[in-house]
Design a protein around this ligand. Sequence first.
Ligand code: DC
Length: 214
Amino acid sequence: MTRPIVIAVDGPAASGKGTLSRRLATQYGLRHLDTGLSYRAVAQALLASGQPLDDEALAVEAAGAVDFTVFDPSVLSAHAVGEAASRVSVFPPVRRILVDKQRAFAMDPPGAVLDGRDIGTVVCPDADVKLYVTASPAVRAGRRHREILRLGGQADYAAILADIERRDARDMGRADSPLRPADDAHLLDTSQMSIEAAFLAACAIIDEALAARN
Ligand code: DC
């Protein structure tokens, strides 16, 4: 049986890695997992039951109950849930539980595109292709700002930028599995690139890697 194809996509908040990963999964006939949703599900479980976010034992219990098949992105994508997810994701035992589930998802044939912060470095260090998608904090804040306005919401650019910078600092600065490009990751800086251009650049990298594997 052929080994599952695994594509790892890492990058900071609002880098566009989620949109890119979904398109790549469709393009290559693979399943897709947004691993951020698994940390968000832990955070949401604690928020919904009024529990503190800094209690490791409670977060571990919530992580054990996380089921990837019942994620509700409409609840989990809320801004406050993302912020809370960044906080619970610093607990090593929470990460171990979720990483085991993420690996099992990745290895199920025909394979998957996983996006997150530590896919290329920790979850799937043997991935066939590793992409690190980034853009400057100002560009990422601008994209998120326009997206909220487009959906009819209200948003303050300065507050979004401050938030992105705080999230970057926490995700890159934590002791366990900090956000960083794997040594063998391909860097895709989309600051000056459209989504379409980023997609085409990613496809070129993946096509080359898959040709070498066959
Ligand atoms: O990608 P996101 O905004 O949905 O992620 C929410 C938080 O979850 C993020 O700030 C850090 C954490 N996270 C993580 O630690 N490791 C991952 N693989 C994915 C997300």
